[in-house]
Structures are given as structure tokens and as C-alpha cells.
Design a protein around this ligand. Structure first.
Ligand SMILES: Cc1ncc(COP(=O)(O)O)c(C=O)c1O
Length: 444
């Protein structure tokens, strides 16, 4: 608890006792949690892992009643930026908003001849989470789809190279399920062809490539804090960048498109609030209400940020747990390699896996849907690799796009790939059970 400057001693004491009560409540709840019963307790692929700290910080934010960006937002943005290793982190209301903002920022006229324009091509993948691609379409650009590898599930670098034309202006791809794309290869292509790189790091917070955390490689990177992600605040996301101009542009698009960059509750940070000349406005028009972009409101709240601060404190422990869970599943399922393709980490990387992806081998005696139905019947949650081929979905049948190659692996993923959980709420007892059920199914 941080002493609040405007609170009397007695209010501070009461604040302290509220927090103590909250901690007691959560401790009791934890002691009353039912024990794991194999075959009865649902083994979720993701989920919220928290303790009394999340509740206490959230309660503090409620008691502060500042609600919009305040001390917790500042702490969270600093903490996330430091963790990823970048200068600027901006809290937003979701990972999808983060993607939309990242791409929108690159359309700003301030970027002059490097600005993205409608009709420009952006290279991406179709075996994706939809809103990585939606951001491209929402900005009037053309997604160009390349195929992905089976096992690693990331864009094939040689196809990215093949996809580049005069119209290509950016590459926007996610580190699939926490496994990073070929960072050296993609960055080299981008450097040679002067392309923007937007790194969707929503599923990969904590992953490293060449010893450096993902999220710090692209010009801009995005994060999601929806439950099942590496940390959660319910709904939430962030855009991070090392470039101060891009940070300012993201902030403008996030905050209604305004030119003013004062924090909530501040006035006149620019020093020229009533003396600037903007667009065709009368001279000295209040800078607070000057709009340099056609923007959105995609800000997060102080309560989300407070929960995020508590989750950041746990992130290293979460990452270690994900790694252990992943290793246990890999070891336990290795003997079934004849019928299951197990995940393969990208060279030079240590993924913080979002989940454990599996592709049913060609010629296996069963289908993806048969094994997932069996696992689900046995209380083991499964998910498909997001959209499979996004272009097959009703909302994407008619979108403008270009395709490189026949997307054979992407189509295969649509039919044969699924994932199970490695989330930090799971431990060796649950995963032993998961492995035993795979054995039961596969040895039949
Ligand atoms: C790779 C990827 N990008 C973007 C998103 C969107 O994040 P959100 O659900 O916070 O909008 C997700 C969501 O799971 C995702 O997995």
C-alpha cells in the first residue's frame, strides 16, 4: 500500500484494513478450492492465475477512484516496457485494439513518405488469430498471405521473400502460440526492402530469441492480456515500441486522435497549449482539443492496470511453469511421434509457449476431431489453432487479398491441428493425467 497524499491517517488505516480483509478472503477461498479429481475436474487450456495481490491492487485502484490512467497505469507501462526491453509501452483495452493501433499509427502523415496508405500490401499469414489480419483490412491495406511450417506454425521466410513486391510496405505476423518466427530472417528482409515490421507478441510475452525478449524486435509490437495469455487483466492489451515518434502516434490514435499528449488530469505539458498553430484552426486554439489523426478511444482503465501490475510480478514464475509444463508434455508424448507431430521451437529461441500444438500425422488411424472429442469427453480442453485458414471463414470470403503459394500447410492446420494447455494453473498431476489419456487413445 502506498500512502495517498490526500488521505487522513484514519482513512489510511481504513484502507489498510480493507486490504487486510481482502487478503483474508482470498486466502480462505484458496483453502476451500476443490482438489483436482482426474476425469472430473476440467483441465483448461488457459485460465486466470492470481492471488490476493491482484485483488488488493484492484481494490486500491477502486478506493483511489481515479479510474482512468493513473499511478497503476504508469507503473504497469514502465514495468512492461522494462520487461520487454523497450522505451515505450502504452496500455490499451485489448490485443485486437493494439493491432489496430499499431497499424493505424503507421498511416500517420507525420511519417511522410514512409506512411502506409490504402492499397499498400502487408505480408501476413492466414493460420492466424483474426484480428492480426483485420487490422490490415480495417486500414484499407491488402493482406498478402504466405504459408506456415507444420510443427513451428510460423511464416516460411522464403515465401515472405517471394511475396515482396513494389507494393509491399510491411510485415505483420504473430509469434504463433509463443514460438517466435524466424527473427533474423524476417528482420534482414525488412531491412533490405525498407519494410515496417509489426510484431504481434500477444501470445509470446516472455519468449526469447537470441537471448532477447520478443516484442523488442519489430518497429512496433502488440500484446493481449485476455485470460489465457501470459498475464491477464480480463480485457486489456498494450503497444510497445522503442521509437518515440511511433509511441506518440499510437497514443494519439488511442486517445481520440488528439495531438495533445498530456496524461489524464494534466494540462499544458507541451508548453504551447494556447499559442500553437494547427491545421486551419484559429491561432492559439486550445491544444487539448486539436486532432491530428482520425482516432479511436482504446484506453485501458486504472483497475485493469492495477491487476496487470500484480500479474507482472508473477510473470517470471508463470514463464517457468509454462516451460516445465511444456517439457512434461513433450517428454510424455514423444513416443507417439508416429501419429502426432509435436511442436518444434524455432532455432535460437526459448519460447514461452502459449499452448502445446499438435498436428495429426498423415496416415494416422484417427482424425483431429476424433482425438479432440475423446480428450474433451475426458475433461481435457482442446482448441484449434485459432482460425485455421482464415480465408475460409464467412467474414473473410470476399476480402481483398493476395496469396503466395497454395497454403497447403495452412489448409492442413485447418483440418489436422489442435492445441492443449500449458498454462501456469496446470501442474504435473494434471499433465500426467493428460498424457495417460493420450496413451489410452493412441494405444487402442
Ligand atoms: C496472436 C493474437 N493476436 C491478437 C489477439 C487479440 O487479443 P484480444 O483478445 O486481447 O483482443 C489474440 C487473442 O487471443 C492473439 O492470440
Amino acid at each position: 500500500m502506498i500512502k495517498q497524499p490526500n488521505e487522513s491517517e484514519s482513512l489510511q488505516e481504513r484502507r489498510g484494513s480493507v486490504l487486510e480483509n481482502i487478503r483474508d478472503f482470498q486466502q480462505q477461498r484458496e483453502t476451500e478450492e476443490p482438489a483436482f479429481v482426474p476425469g472430473e475436474t476440467l483441465i483448461k487450456y488457459g485460465g486466470r492465475v492470481f492471488d490476493s495481490q491482484e485483488l488488493a491492487y484492484a481494490a486500491e485502484a477502486v478506493m483511489d477512484y481515479w479510474l482512468t490512467a493513473g499511478r497503476f497505469t504508469a507503473q504497469f507501462e514502465k514495468g512492461l516496457g522494462d520487461y520487454v526491453g523497450v522505451q515505450h509501452a502504452l496500455l490499451v483495452n485489448s490485443g485486437s485494439s493494439a493491432n489496430l493501433l499499431a497499424l493505424s499509427a503507421l498511416t500517420s502523415a507525420s511519417l511522410q513518405d514512409r506512411r502506409l496508405q490504402p492499397g499498400d500490401e502487408v505480408i501476413t499469414v492466414a493460420a492466424a488469430f483474426p484480428t492480426t489480419v483485420s487490422a490490415i483490412l480495417q486500414n484499407g491495406m491488402i493482406p498478402v498471405f504466405v504459408d506456415v511450417e507444420i510443427g513451428g506454425y510460423n511464416a516460411i521466410t522464403s515465401q515472405i521473400e517471394q511475396a515482396i513486391t513494389e507494393k509491399t510496405k510491411a510485415i505483420m505476423i504473430a509469434h504463433t502460440l509463443g514460438n517466435p518466427w524466424d527473427v533474423d530472417g524476417v528482420l534482414e528482409l525488412a531491412r533490405k526492402r525498407n519494410l515496417w515490421v509489426i510484431e504481434d507478441n500477444c501470445d509470446a510475452l516472455g519468449t526469447t530469441y537470441n537471448g532477447k525478449r520478443t516484442g523488442g524486435f519489430g518497429h512496433i509490437a502488440t500484446h493481449s492480456f485476455y485470460p489465457a495469455h501470459h498475464i491477464t487483466m480480463g480485457e486489456g492489451g498494450a503497444v510497445v515500441t522503442d521509437d518515440p515518434l511511433l509511441a506518440r502516434l499510437v497514443k494519439s490514435f488511442r486517445d481520440w486522435g488528439r495531438d495533445c499528449y498530456c496524461e489524464a488530469g494534466e494540462n499544458g505539458t507541451c508548453g504551447t497549449r494556447f499559442s500553437g498553430q494547427h491545421g486551419n484552426l484559429p491561432s492559439g486554439y486550445d491544444h487539448k482539443y486539436v486532432y491530428s489523426h482520425v482516432g479511436y478511444n482504446m484506453k485501458g482503465t486504472e483497475i485493469q492496470a492495477a491487476i496487470g501490475c500484480a500479474q507482472l510480478e508473477k510473470l517470471d514464475a508463470f514463464t517457468a511453469r509454462r516451460e516445465d509444463n511444456f517439457s512434461q508434455l513433450l517428454g510424455g508424448l514423444e513416443s507417439f511421434k508416429d501419429s502426432l507431430i509435436l511442436p518444434v521451437a524455432t532455432p535460437k529461441s526459448i519460447p514461452s509457449w502459449f499452448a502445446f500444438p499438435i498436428t495429426v500425422e498423415k496416415g494416422a488411424a484417427f482424425t483431429r476431431n476424433q482425438i479432440t472429442a475423446f480428450l474433451e469427453r475426458n475433461k481435457i480442453e482442446t482448441r484449434n489453432l485459432f482460425s485455421g485458414n482464415l480465408l475460409l471463414h464467412p467474414g473473410f470470403l470476399d476480402v481483398p487479398h493476395r496469396v503466395v503459394s497454395d497454403l497447403a500447410n495452412t489448409n492442413r492446420i485447418t483440418n489436422d491441428t489442435f492445441f492443449i494447455g500449458v498454462a501456469p494453473g496446470l501442474g504435473s498431476e494434471q499433465l500426467d493425467y493428460v498424457i495417460s489419456k493420450f496413451r489410452e487413445f493412441l494405444e487402442k
